[in-house]
Design a protein around this ligand. Structure first.
Ligand code: NI
Ligand code: MN
Length: 226
């Protein structure tokens, strides 16, 4: 399994069967100016919620790749009205088996609206089960006891959690979240993109280390092999 980071909360996971992209937001992100969006060709795009900093490049990447888009019912309906056709709607608590693996759309505590102000359904996170490993991406969320259920149900190889604070969990809550989901390998996202979510990298890593967990802060454009 190969994870590639495109900045903010956008990353892809490549297995031998599929290339999954999460929350595409690249061209408006000054930190990701060296990323060429045209080269990103996923098979499937998983959207956690409707906020602009998670879907800004969705239409462009779908146009270039023909990727299927998976999200909650309201977002999928909105995308249908925008002209997309290869869509799969889910809602909180539901799982779906694709031909490359299984996805469960799980609870997140946040908000969700579309760029035009339309209601964006309930925001969520994804647990992804593949032949090569399992992972959890929480999306934008506060810390919640619900995450304990994820730890009990799944055996995760890594998780992807926001650590930038202000709009989502910060570092200390992400450490507790990692405990709840029973996964000590954490890729941090949703930090540094905007002034209110700027973090001290070394301090964040040290705080995870103190709790015997690993915080991975990937360089934008770099890949990490599991
Ligand atoms: Ni958000
Ligand atoms: Mn966000």
């Amino acid at each position: 399994m190969k994870v590639t980071y495109y900045g903010h909360s956008c990353f892809s996971v490549q297995t031998k069967d599929v290339n999954i992209l999460f929350d595409p937001f690249i061209r408006p992100n000054a930190l990701a100016a060296h990323i060429n969006v045209e080269e990103i060709k996923p098979d499937i795009i998983l959207l956690t919620h409707g906020h602009w900093d998670h879907i800004a490049d969705l239409m462009e990447i779908v146009k270039n790749s023909g990727a299927k888009v998976v999200s909650n019912f309201e977002i999928v309906t909105w995308l249908q009205n925008e002209g997309l056709t290869d869509l799969h709607p889910m809602n909180i608590g539901g799982s779906w088996k694709f031909d490359w693996g299984k996805v469960k759309y799980v609870n997140a505590i946040h908000s969700s609206s579309m760029p035009d102000g339309a209601y964006g359904g309930i925001p969520g996170g994804f647990v992804v089960i593949t032949d090569e490993g399992n992972f959890y991406y929480s999306g934008d969320t506060a810390l919640a006891l619900d995450f304990q259920m994820i730890g009990e149900e799944f055996d995760l190889d890594f998780c992807v959690l926001p650590i930038g604070d202000n709009f989502t969990m910060g570092v200390s809550d992400a450490i507790v979240c990692a405990d709840f989901v029973q996964c000590d390998k954490v890729i941090g996202v949703h930090y540094d993109t905007f002034p209110p979510i700027t973090i001290n990298h070394e301090k964040a890593k040290a705080e995870f280390e103190e709790m015997e967990k690993e915080l991975i802060l990937m360089k934008i454009g770099s890949s990490w092999e599991l």
